[in-house]
Design a protein around this ligand. Sequence first.
Ligand SMILES: Cc1cc2nc3c(=O)[nH]c(=O)nc-3n(C[C@H](O)[C@H](O)[C@H](O)COP(=O)(O)OP(=O)(O)OC[C@H]3O[C@@H](n4cnc5c(N)ncnc54)[C@H](O)[C@@H]3O)c2cc1C
Length: 413
Amino acid sequence: MKSFPMVILGGGVVAGYAAKEFVAQGGKGGGLAIVTAENALPYERPPLSKGFLAGKEKVSDIQISDAPFYREHGIAVFRNFPVGKVDFRRRCVRGTSGKVIDFGQLLIASGSTVRRLEVPGASRSNIFYLRQIRDSQGIRAHIKRGKRAVVIGSGFIGMEVASVLASHGVRTTMVFPEDRVWKRLFTPPVSAFFERQFAAHGITFMKGEAVVALTHRNRGCQVVLASGNEVPADFIVAGIGVTPATELFKRTALDTADGIKVNQFLETNVPGVWAAGDIASYPDQVFDRRRRVEHWDNAVEQARVAMRNMMGKLQPFIHVPYFFSDVFDLSYEMWGDADGHDQVVYRSQMKQKQFSVWWLKEHTLCAALLMNRPEEERAVAPRWILRRPRLDPEALQDSRNLMSLDATFGRQD
Ligand SMILES: Cc1cc2nc3c(=O)[nH]c(=O)nc-3n(C[C@H](O)[C@H](O)[C@H](O)COP(=O)(O)OP(=O)(O)OC[C@H]3O[C@@H](n4cnc5c(N)ncnc54)[C@H](O)[C@@H]3O)c2cc1C
């Protein structure tokens, strides 16, 4: 049996950045172990639907740190080690193989599990989901000019995958139940902007449609929709959301409700057991509500804070939610949470693929989406969301230089 002062359960984005922080904070060899179900060192997941899927990056390009980093700093990485049980009383994790590792403190970072299609015919091999390296490799192997693909879902995974497929000459149809792309997040003009870009690249939309069955013939299949429409496909990618990977923790001492509940220091209700990343439901002090964020930046920042806290340098996690996405040659970023907004301000021209969207609630900024905008907008967006200065919507829309607005009211505390 092996024993470590600190163990990280999960070998994804949190694990990779927590290990870096461990080293940056002077952690000593033998002090940390990572246990992961995957046969890979911790790696960046966003490229799986972007450059890695497009074949521009190799596994070694997306590793957060390389093998010598872990070796030189004495960090043990147990790969192919799916944990089947965590015993909080004995303070150990037990692999499904029966191997046991004791921990002093535990950081739970088991991330998310993809939602699967539950319709007749959905268990066949030409249906893909996207979470791990091998999923991305599986889709990549099907990318061939002239093939037909159906992408189910219009969130960021569906949009990114569709853009890579279409860029490689795959005839791509997006199927989703809403009446416009990423309705949950985008405003109608932003959805319309993306739909124009997608249509210009030959992507077809089947909106307001639910998949009810997949029928298979030879190597291809038909995606059968509730309306009675059928779409032929050589392969299918479903990006229909994820759920927190909490299966292991049901019926344990851990408080689990939509993820694992942590306090402002990212510690769970079991002392010395912490959680970070997709799985952590934390009290968001910026918006004064509990939330779980399924994005890269949240995983990185929580990994850093959790590791510092485990090493006794206690600090609360106070952070403006943020994410980025890339489709075709377009990159965009979003900060904050638009829930409950009462006004939307647009700056600049969508036609020029350079615009920003500012969601206001009672004259204060709650969210901002930026595409190809000057650095000053990137700087003020999270600051204004954090500090909540009162904003004049007209000045926000018309002002050439936001820094001038920032100087007048953005810096007030
Ligand atoms: C294809 C893709 C593209 C993305 N693109 C973007 C993007 O453009 N922008 C953005 O902001 N975010 C993006 N994200 C989201 C971002 O990658 C995640 O939020 C981030 O990976 C979460 O980190 P994590 O460490 O919590 O979980 P993960 O990185 O998912 O790591 C979880 C780890 O836990 C392991 N694990 C789970 N259960 C067990 C167990 N029982 N035993 C052992 N190990 C276990 C898993 O194998 C995995 O290694 C993307 C995600 C995906 C999948």
